[in-house]
Every structure is written in structure tokens, then in C-alpha cells.
Design a protein around this ligand. Structure first.
Ligand SMILES: [Zn+2]
Ligand SMILES: [Zn+2]
Length: 222
């Protein structure tokens, strides 16, 4: 778990890697109100609850970037525990959310539950936690319903599995499409600006500018 609270003026974050895919479940909070959101609770709910307790924040929402099991497998349990609504992803991932248990069994992952959000998210909508507000970009390609959460004031985004440091989301899974993913990245993500930093679904975060200049999938070196 890493604590990024000193690097962000108004937000704090703790990353809890969950599942065998080491997915970056992210606890993100508004420093002013200490209200928080859990992004992509893929599993290992007790660890997530421990992180919430340690951060001394009040979770008011769960956000999902897309419907893959390592991002959503613990969402139903966490919602039951915390009694908070789930927002996202885009409804195009509904078929994935209806198949969490079945997909998990393929990887020998037990204890996961199918889940549907309380609110589907659409391009251009806004979601908030405490005093922080994020706009939604629908970025299909890795999965049809992938969304990115972008806070303009902090120049910060939660990109799920759309873009990674040095790589991009895989497109060989059900509903994936390489051309669509590249379009999402080049037409929606990169125009947000080089100075935008992001937390992604796996591995370390980065900035859009660093990726634009060095990511082999974006520089044409691959
Ligand atoms: Zn994924
Ligand atoms: Zn993932």
C-alpha cells in the first residue's frame, strides 16, 4: 500500500493490490471532507476495509472502471458491507458484470460475485466524492464499457486498464479491439494534457506526457 496524500494538494490515495492479477484497488479521498471512494474493489475485501480504517476516511461510493473480474469481484461484498452505491462503468460492460462468477472460476478465483452498479456512467457525466468532481470519458477498446475518471483541477485521472506505464490494455479478451483502444487513447486521453498524472489498473502510474513520448504503443516504435 502506498500513500500519495503528500503529493496531492486536495486528495489522498492509497493503493491496495488485490487478486492474483495484482490489480490496483484505489482508495481515494477528499482531504477537506475525508470522504472517500473505493475504485475497483476486485477482491480481498478485508484488506480494503483495513485500508479504509487506517486512512480514517468515510467511504461514500464505489467506482468501477470496467467489468473485468480483478476490478469488480469484491464490489458486491463491499457494497453490502459499507452500504454505499456503485457508480460505473458504462453499460456496455453489463455482460461482463453478469459473468463475474463464471469468469472467476476459469482462473480458480472463488468468492467473487456478479454485480450491477446503482448508476451506469456515460461520456461527459460528472461524479463526485466530497469536494472533488470527476468527469467521465467513455474509453472502449480494452472492454466495451471502460470509463476513465478525470479531475481537471488536480490534473489527475483514474484510467483503469486503458493505459499503463509503458503499455496499453490488452485487447484479446471478449469485446476488446485494438483500433478502438488506440482511438480512445489518442482522441480522448492524450488531449487532456501532458501534465495529467494517472493511476492505472496494474503497475505504477505515470503521466500522459511521459507515455505520449515514451510508450512504444504511442510512439510508433511497436
Ligand atoms: Zn481489464
Ligand atoms: Zn485489470
Amino acid at each position: 500500500m502506498t500513500d500519495a496524500s503528500e503529493t496531492k494538494a486536495k486528495a489522498g490515495a492509497a493503493i491496495i493490490p488485490v487478486t492474483l492479477f495484482q490489480q490496483n484497488c484505489t482508495l481515494l479521498w477528499c482531504e477537506t471532507t475525508r470522504k472517500a471512494v473505493v475504485v475497483d474493489p476486485g477482491g480481498e475485501v478485508p484488506q480494503i476495509l483495513a485500508a479504509i480504517k487506517q486512512a480514517e476516511v468515510t467511504v461514500e461510493k464505489i467506482w468501477l472502471t470496467h467489468g473485468h473480474i480483478d476490478h469488480v469481484g469484491g464490489a458486491a461484498d463491499l457494497r453490502d458491507d459499507l452500504k454505499v452505491p456503485i457508480e460505473g462503468p458504462h453499460r456496455a460492460d453489463k455482460y461482463l458484470l453478469n459473468n463475474v462468477v463464471t469468469s472467476g472460476e476459469m482462473f480458480g478465483m472463488t468468492g467473487m460475485r456478479d454485480v450491477l452498479p446503482d448508476r451506469w456512467l456515460e461520456e461527459g457525466e460528472t461524479v463526485s466524492v466530497g469536494e472533488l468532481s470527476f468527469s467521465i470519458l467513455h474509453c472502449p477498446g480494452h472492454s466495451p464499457g471502460s470509463v476513465v475518471y478525470f479531475n481537471d483541477q488536480m490534473r489527475f485521472a483514474l484510467v483503469g486498464d486503458v493505459l499503463f506505464k509503458g503499455s496499453i490494455g490488452r485487447t484479446d479478451l471478449s469485446g476488446g479491439c485494438h483500433a478502438t483502444l488506440m482511438e480512445s487513447i489518442t482522441r480522448k486521453l492524450l488531449p487532456l494534457g501532458d501534465d495529467v498524472s494517472f493511476i492505472c489498473g496494474h503497475g505504477p502510474g505515470s503521466t500522459l506526457g511521459h507515455e505520449r513520448l515514451s510508450n512504444p504503443f504511442l510512439t510508433g516504435d511497436l
